[in-house]
Design a protein around this ligand. Structure first.
Ligand code: ZN
Length: 154
């Protein structure tokens, strides 16, 4: 990786909304741009240059990745494949621990992907009622302050 590794830990903030409140439209802390707009009841992603990723709690996967983040994620999974080469090894608790983006493992994964204090990950947990009862989801937005240098250089 060309970029210098940041010394401090990833900025990771987890907040929980009151039950029944719709998830917020998150705006970039750097430029103020809303990260999606609603058109005809559909969410349309409108990521700015500072957004590294969006992890959708409902989808349980990354629903947006910048080119830089996608490359890091690819490297991360390639390493994982290498470290856990056999189907048996991928059936283990160790693999679960090493591969999961669940809760507190999330900032750890980001650190393993080379992120540090220049990244802000904002986890927003929200709950609502469905036919099957109450459900809670957590979305995570990642904003990369390192992109500011790239903007200056251009
Ligand atoms: Zn922005």
């Amino acid at each position: 990786m060309e970029k210098p590794v940041s010394v401090g830990p990833v900025g990771y903030v987890a907040v929980e909304q009151p039950f029944g409140v719709e998830p917020p439209c998150v705006c970039c802390p750097l430029c103020g741009q809303a990260q999606y707009v609603v058109e005809d009841d559909e969410q349309v992603e409108t990521p700015c240059a500072h957004l590294a990723f969006v992890f959708g709690g409902d989808e349980d996967e990354f629903i947006y990745a910048s080119d830089d983040f996608a490359a890091r994620l690819e490297q991360f999974y390639a390493r994982l494949q290498h470290d856990f080469a056999t189907p048996e090894s991928r059936d283990s608790d160790a693999y679960e621990d090493a591969s999961s983006f669940y809760r507190d493992l999330f900032p750890q994964r980001l650190a393993e992907m080379g992120y540090g204090q220049q990244l802000l990950a904002l986890r927003i947990t929200y709950g609502g009622m469905t036919e099957d009862g109450p459900v809670w989801f957590s979305d995570v937005y990642g904003f990369d302050y390192a992109t500011l240098n790239q903007d200056d250089a251009e």
